[in-house]
Design a binder for this molecule. Sequence first.
Ligand code: HEC
Length: 266
Amino acid sequence: MRKVLPLALLAGLLASTSAFAAEDTARRPVKDVTFSFEGPFGTYDRAALQRGFQVYKEVCATCHGLDHVAFHALNEEGGPGFSEAQAKAIAAGYKIPAEPNDKGELFNDQGVRLTRPGILADAFPNPFPNEQAARAGNGGKLPPDLSMITKARMGGAKYVYSILTGFHEQKPADFEVPEGAYFNPYFEGWAIGMPNTALGANAVTYSDGTKATIEQEAHDVSTFLEWAGEPKMEQRKSMGLSVLIFLVVLSGILFAAYRKIWKDAH
Ligand code: HEC
């Protein structure tokens, strides 16, 4: 007993020195926004997908890759609905690390990596040549690839939306944000390495005239990233519905057959 008391006091002292223990800074529940793709019959809003692509391309792609999305997906059913020509033009606008040239070289005389314009079969190129470069460009923090982010995080698209719109919430006065990080209560630990200026109002100019508020941009890019994580969602849901209708009809036929067969058996 004589030993336990000082230990308990010490533990109490240690706990009180860090005002915010891990459970205090657990990420906040995601914001309650609604998306067109929710529910068993929800589909992607095409216009939102196209606007979200624009936000990804013009804002997020400076830091985040989209390694698992190929340009041909932009033209496929259930996607943003770009024409093949548009998807080709988008692909050609990117520089892809080239295959070795005739002389087997990957770099030019200045040591710069040779590139070629993208084609439909290519995936979005990563903004950084490797992880070290990505970290070096972001204060040691790694901007994760966004292809699967809505699948990888609880809350999915709502999580992405909450992060993007969560930078300007009131910080508890006694919470210290570490050097090089930014306050964001929707991120685990409340301090994120993504700059709070990464997305601002009017970061893009929408060609369809939609007003580019930060909420609108965040909602659009979250829709786009949901699609990136599950490009075949619409096909999956419509297949599910067909199977359901088939089973209902089959049950009806089987029940009618059962009645007919057993009609005289009493
Ligand atoms: C200037 C670079 C930069 C830009 C621009 C940027 N981000 Fe980030 N982002 C980061 C970094 C760095 C991290 C990692 C933060 C960390 O680990 O603390 C991050 C983290 C994230 C996370 C949290 C990931 C996780 O692990 O849970 C999401 C979601 C995200 N970014 C989405 C976006 C979206 C969407 C855009 C475009 C609107 C965007 N970011 C623009 C640098 C950037």
